[in-house]
Design a protein around this ligand. Sequence first.
Ligand SMILES: [Zn+2]
Length: 313
Amino acid sequence: MSDITALAIDLGGSHAACAVVRESEILAQRSLPANGSEPLANLLPDLAKALRELLASSPIDHCSALVLGFCGIASARENRVLATNGKFKDATGLDLPGWCQREFGLPFLIENDARLALLGEHAFGAARGVQDAVMITLGSGIGGSALLDGRLLQSKHGLAGTIGGHIPVVLGGRRCSCGNFGCAEAEASTSFLSEIYRQQAGRSTGELSNRKAIGFAEVFQAADAGDKAAIATLEHCLQVWSALTVALIHAYDPEVVVFGGSVLKRAADILPRLQEYVGAHAWTPGRTVSLRAAALGPDAALLGAIPLIGSRL
Ligand SMILES: [Zn+2]
């Protein structure tokens, strides 16, 4: 892949990371504010301008393609956005390959952002050298992707491997944003953390009970200080993540499971517990699946542009 260079965009609901990438190296990078409640069409001129400036400051004179990692359901086969979860709703109707051709004269490739991150981790990071891998991102929601026999799992409607966070892990559990009940995301993600904390606090009041929105960093901090509701909240979340990990191991038979997302700042507190549970309860005769923290952090999806191009052009 040493000849592949890319313009890469990792588009999320609040910011867009733009970069010029060559093999495992990000040559130039810039983050732009982005508002997912507005049309993507309004953001395209800013993205094109940023990429042109980054390209001008990079020591290369040619790019292989432009790759967009999109925060919704995208089809790499059809090279378009299939559906959004409310962010950049107009994206399903945009001719993005046409925009890319007009702006840069380059081929355009699209992939879901979590899937692109796993491609990056597989080529250059924590899943390097394995054929079968699953990635789970723990943050405001629970995202995921699956790679089998060295290739991202593909399906007609684009969902295969990506909605592991919506596997139900609690019967009779909390209603999730997807409409289902007891999804891992509804039981152990930042979006639902205030509710989970208050449920664990019960009639007693925890240190964080009156806060409208809390993050895992605060819950870990409160637990470190001895707050019982925070300790119970983390215990609940660890059990949910453990059950989810076993479910995904049983679904995809990976060699490794890579964990990314903001919650993994406390990987040293989380992964040994999950590894212990997986060792005891996942049915993988004769071996134990290795659980690893993501190695590339927020750069994973940008670096995933290189293997995506390598597999498509
Ligand atoms: Zn759900």
